[in-house]
Design a protein around this ligand. Sequence first.
Ligand code: ZN
Ligand code: ZN
Length: 268
Amino acid sequence: MDTEFCVLRIETGVYSVTNSSGHTFYIVEGDERAAVIDTGCTHGRSILPIIRQYTQKPLLLIITHAHSDHIYHMDEFDEVYMSHREFELPESFLQMMMEDKQLNLRSAKDVRTGDLIGLGGKTLEVLEVPGHTPGSIVLLEKQNHLLFTGDAIGSGNDVWMQWPSALPLDQYYPSLLQLLKWCVAHGGRMKLLGGHSRQCFGSHLLPYNPLSLGWLCDLIDLVDQVLQGKMIGQPSDVDIILEPEPPLCASYGRAMMQYMPSRVYTDK
Ligand SMILES: [Zn+2]
Ligand SMILES: [Zn+2]
């Protein structure tokens, strides 16, 4: 038995795959082809054999954003989609995200808000949610009301806005409002599936806190409070720090966010 990957069936033809580091990617099988959403980062392994246990359809890969735990296995796919807004990030940062690989990120096809990716019987609709990275996207699988959110709004734990790839909070706030409006315009009834599912299900560290539209509303409120100076975060205990400035952590309701005090407002 393979103990590296934990596979869960979400709906008919829809699976989540979580590796032992807690990175989650998804398989969405249509009648004609199957989409893989993100890849996780599993050193020394290929993810195709595990995917092939669940679908034999032609594959395409959709990357929610260019962090290593979402792109690492893109070289196993011929057809890849990713927002080209990720190329606003410094080349040195993108290179760091490839870890020990040389990935051809530029070979990915661009995706933008409103794009529809048909799989046969299932369709994925794209919405850009700039914030966690400039080119972060979410994907709605309309037939089963599933919203794949990558790291755009966290995974039931904290949103990481402290990384150098994140936009200032005054640019994140309108993205979140647009996401909420878009979700409501698409019926408002959907299950949210993040890029690190153990953060909301089965973590020994955290209480049960799955992503939901309620979480999104609390996050919007939280970001607004920080923008208005009504809330100032506490010193953060995150252990991956890429910048000399110490990050802060703020929470409100169900939502929590790491951020940099110097990246609340865009420099004028
Ligand atoms: Zn991630
Ligand atoms: Zn990320």
